[in-house]
Design a protein around this ligand. Sequence first.
Ligand code: ADP
Ligand code: ZN
Ligand code: ZN
Length: 739
Amino acid sequence: MFANIIVDISHEKLDRTFQYAIPKKLEDKVFPGVCVDIPFGKGNRVITGFVLEVTDKCEFDISKIKDLLGISKKAAPVEARLISLAWWIKQNYGSTMNKALKTLLPAKQKISKVLVKHVHLNLSEDETKQMIYELSGKDRFIARKRLLEELLEKKVLPYDIITGKLNVSASVIKGLADKGIVRIVTKENYRNPVKISNSKAYDIVLNEEQQKVCDEIWMEPGKVHLLHGITGSGKTEVYIELISRVVERGGQAIVLIPEIALTYQTLTRFFAKFGDRVTYIHSRQSAGEKYDQLERAKAGDVDVMIGPRSALFTPFANLELIIIDEEHENAYKSENVPKYHAREVAKKRAETDGATLVLGSATPSVESFYKAQKGEYILHKLSARAKGSSLPDVEVVDLREELKRGNKNIISVRLDELIRQRLERKEQIMLFINRRGYAGFVSCRSCGHVLKCPHCDVSLTYHNDGKVKCHYCGYEVENPKTCPECGSKYIGKFGTGTQKIEEAVKKLYPNARVLRMDMDTTSGKDGHTEILSQFANREADILVGTQMIVKGHDFPYVTLVGVLAADLSLYSGDYTAAEKTFQLITQAAGRAGRGNAKGCALIQTYNPEETSIIAASKQDYNMFYENEIRYRKLLGYPPIMEFLVILLTGTNEELLDKRAKDVAQTINESENSLEDVITVIGPTKANISKINDVYRRVFYLKSTNYVDLVRIKDILECKYEGSEKDIGLYFDFSPLSKY
Ligand code: ADP
Ligand code: ZN
Ligand code: ZN
C-alpha cells in the first residue's frame, strides 16, 4: 500500500503530494489525516506530513519509492482532523479527495497581511513630564507636546490616531523616533470584519424553560440535540448560554446560520456577550478577510465563529460545540460537488472532535424530527415566547372567494383593511412572496408560446429593465414586442414578483414608506444590512420581500405579516413541497408580534384545505408532522427510505444516452452484491433536461439501506472515473428538489 502525503497544508499545495510506501506493520495505522514522519529530499531530512489518501496504485518507479518512517509523535493538529473529515465527505457523497479538501481548506494564495503601526513611549513618566515642561510655551513644538501628553497617559497609540485625530505629522513622529523618545512598532494584524462600536451590555437572564433546556443539553455532551422552540421562544439565548459555558472552560464553538442576511443581527447579539472573541465569515468577504478569520480561529484569537455551512470547517483546536440554527433550511445542503449536508458533516465533525451538536428550529425538518422520535437525537422543547408575548393570530383568506367578489388585486380586502389599520397606528408590516423578479415567465396569449432559454430547458423571466433573463445560465435578451411564434402582439409577463408587489403597494398606500428586499436589492456586500437596519430603525413602514425576510429576524414593531401567495411553494413538484410550505408560512407568521403589541399573520391561498396550510395557520407542528410522515411512509420517501440521485451530463445527446444505458446495466449487475433490495427508476430526462447546452439524464435510487447506495456510488465511480471527458457523473444523496 502507498500513501499520498502532503507536507505543506494549503489549498494551493494540495496537488503537490508525495508518495511513500507504507511498511506492512503500519498498514492498519495509516489513513487519511494521520501525521507521519517521512524522509524528505536528497538528504532524507525527517519531516512530518499528512496522509491525504491511501492507495494500492504506485504512481512512480517502485524501486525508487521510499518507505514512510512511522506515525508522528507530535500531537496531531486540527488540520489532521479536517483531512480525515474530507476523506469521510469524499466517501459519503461522491467527490475526489482533492475537491473535498478544497471545500475544507482555505485558499491562501496572494493574501497579504495587514500591517498596523503603533507608537510606543520610550521614556519614563518623569522624563516625559520633564520634556513636556521644556516644550511648553514654544509654538513650534506644540504638536510634539500634544503627542507626548497623550502618550504619557496612554503609553501606546495607533499611528493612524496620531496622524488623524491628534493631527501630528509623520515627520514629527519620525523626529521623536530618531531621538529615541518614541519607537514605532509595526505588527501584522488580522483583518477584523466585526465593526460594532456601541454594543449594549448583555443583560438577558434565562427563563425557567430556557434554563432547563440548557441544563439538559449540558448533561449530555457529545450527543446530537434537537431544540424545537416556537418562533421567539429564545433559542438564540440558549445558544449563547451554552457557548458561554463552553468558552469559560477554554472551549470553542461554531454557529451556523442559513442566510447571509442574518449575519448582522446574529453577530450583534453574540457581540454583546462575547465582544472581540466572536467573528464571522461569509462568501461576500474578501479572500483576505475570510482567510484571516480562519487564522484567528486557529490561533485561538476568537472562541466563536458565526457563518454559513462552510464555517463548519473552522480550524478550532478545542471545538466543543456546534450549533445549527434554523436546521431545516435548504441552504445547509451544498449544491456543488461534494454535495454534502451540513447537518451530517457537523455530526461527523462533532464525533471526531468530541463536540456536542445542537440543531435548532421552530419548524424542524421532517428528517430531524423523525430521528428525534427514534431516539437518535435528543429532543428539547421551548413552548412559550420568551418575552411573554403570545403567538400571532393567524387568518386565512381564500383567494378563490376573493376573485369571485371581483377583487383581482394581489392584496385581499381583509389584508388591505389590516394594513391600513397598522399604518394608522404606526406599526410595521411585512409582506412576503415566495418569488423573485418582477414577474414570472413571458407568454403569448394568442398561441400560448412561452419564451424559453435557447441553452436551457427553462422559461425566461421578465425583469423590470425590459429584459428577459435565464436564471440558470445568465442568458438575456430584450423583451420581444411580438410573439416570435405567431407574430401576435399580445405577448406579456405573467405571475407576480417582489417588484410588482412593491409597485402595487406603493400605489395603494402612497403615504407609506416601502422597502423591498430580494436577490436584486441585496447584491452588494452590505446590501442586506442596509435594508434590514433601515427597517429595524423604523425608517420604513412596509417591507416587501422573498423568503429572506421571513427567516429568523426579530423586529419588535412588526405586528402584521402578510403571506401573499402561500401556495407557490406547493407546486415545486417534489416530495418536500408540503414541508417547505409549512416551514415558510410558520416562519413568516412568527415574525409578527414579537414586541409588546400582539401580532397577526394573514395567509392568502388558493388551497385553504391543504393540511400544511391549516397546520401552519394553527402553528401546530405535530399536526403537520403526523400527516407528513404518514405520507412519506406510504410513498417510501425520505426519511423512511434513503434516496440517491445519479446525474449524467453531456453535450452529445447520443453519447449520453449510450452511457446512461451502460450505467443502468452496471447498477443492475451490482444488485447481487447488495444487502437489501433497491428500487431503480431511470434513466430518464431530468426535470430540466438541458442547462447551458449540456444535456441531463437522471436515475433515482431508493433503499432502506444507506450503505447499499454508497456501494453503488463506489462501483460507478470506480468504473467510470476519467473514462469519457465529455460525460459528467454526479451523485446526490439528499436531493432538495427534482432533478
Ligand atoms: P428564537 O431564536 O427562538 O426565535 P430569540 O432568541 O430571537 O428567539 O428571542 C426572541 C426575543 O426574546 C429576542 O429579542 C430575545 O432577546 C428575547 N429573549 C429571549 N430570551 C429572553 C429572556 N430570558 N429574557 C428576556 N428576553 C429574552
Ligand atoms: Zn404567439
Ligand atoms: Zn439558460
